[in-house]
Design a protein around this ligand. Sequence first.
Ligand code: SIN
Length: 532
Amino acid sequence: MREYDFVVVGSGIAGLSFALKAAKHGSVAVITKRKGDDSNTAWAQGGIACVTSSEDSFDLHLRDTVEAGAGLCDEATVRTIVTEGPERIRELTEFGLLFDEREVAGQREPDLGREGGHSKRRVLHVQDVTGLEIEKTLLRELERCAQVELLENHMAVDLITAGKLGFAAEDRCLGVYVLDDRTSEVETIRTDRLVLATGGCGKVYLYTTNPDIATGDGVAMAWRAGATIANMEFIQFHPTCLFHAEAKSFLISEAVRGEGGILRNSRGENFMRRYHPQQSLAPRDIVARAIDAEIKRSGAKCVYLDITHKPPEFLRERFPHIFETCLRFGIDMTKQPIPVVPAAHYQCGGIKTDVNGATSLPGLYAIGEVGCTGLHGANRLASNSLLEGLVVAHRACEALVREQPPTHPARVIPLPEWQPGDVQDVDELVVIYHNWGEIRRLMWDYVGIVRTAKRLQRASARLRNLQREIREFYWNFRVTVDLLELRNLATVAALIVDSALSRKESRGLHFTLDHPEVEDRHFKRDTLLSRT
Ligand code: SIN
């Protein structure tokens, strides 16, 4: 059994920046399913929203965030995250990250991007590859840090809790079982400070802008361990994912609309005029629903994002990654509109935490997309998530270092070894892939941008059956990454559906035809789910 002072699961902006800070206080393991840079962060294009301009203010950033959040943001949390942002950004730049700049009256200043719902330009970026540059910078720092062990190709299976070992009255997290994907062995890791930074769950939907690792592992593990889960009905659909048979999950950044891109339908009409005064730069939930309505009404397969009115050299320089990728698929964005569709993008709910990332289970923290601090409410403001990852990672480290070392009786007993299932029957793999596909399609068809109670109930019934089947595989066969991911996807899908069924109103990202209005009296509150 290994033991560390801190264990963090996930290697995006939140996990890596936490690990770098925690390394000053003890030994750290970073557990990550694939390579270190396989994270949602590495795919983030837009950038980090942060107040840096003299024309901007914390109050304005707070106001925009709260307005997007449709009544469910925790204002104290928003203020903390917004005001602590500049200091955390400064630390990133001290690691050598260079955000794009421009020259104004002989002075260099940040070249700030604009995105939907922001009243000011406030998005720091590195061209259109901000997340990748952040990821590279943090991993480079980590390599220099002897206190941190990066366990690649390791997947957390389940949390080990005192409750599961018979200490029900005094539950806490004691460690984690981890599958080494290279040896297929499950190891036991003990720690008093476990931090989940596993990102979101985009892969629960058929179409997503997320990478393959986004299978909701953290929420599913925390749920099984008895932690409180909040607001899972609020799944953000990004309006503009590239529509092309061979392009998998490729995001066309909102920054393209921020620089003047116009959404058009197949007749070339700027249809967003009919939906919102901010047109193509309206908040994401409104744009995604408008596109969905246009597609359903016209029977077209996609809409188009047109930025051909901008100079080609500007587009190539500002959006090199998008330009090159589109070109690879035969689309020259300087000359023709880009075909786009909405796709699942961000999980606004997650494991319920305070502003430091502390969950309802002692010893367990959750930071980044997997946690629900109250920053996003019912709809996240674009580019607030990298900021949240940085700020909450810092606060989590400070809070954990402040905590008294636990004196729990279960700390001195040996943790039980993992009990493997019997055998893995290759014939059964087809069932795993079938169930995986079925969950993703049913979530897309029944639990998407526009919902109804009937469709949600149908999804719920089908998911219960799938979960029963998956439980059988889980107990009868040796665990694999595919099986663990499938189990987590099914759990998270059921949490989304249960949360959506319980919210009998439409707010932010949750829109149901059965209750199309906001209903503050009963629903201006978080949706909380817990097994205990
Ligand atoms: C984008 O570049 O459009 C994504 C930004 C975000 O989701 O915050």
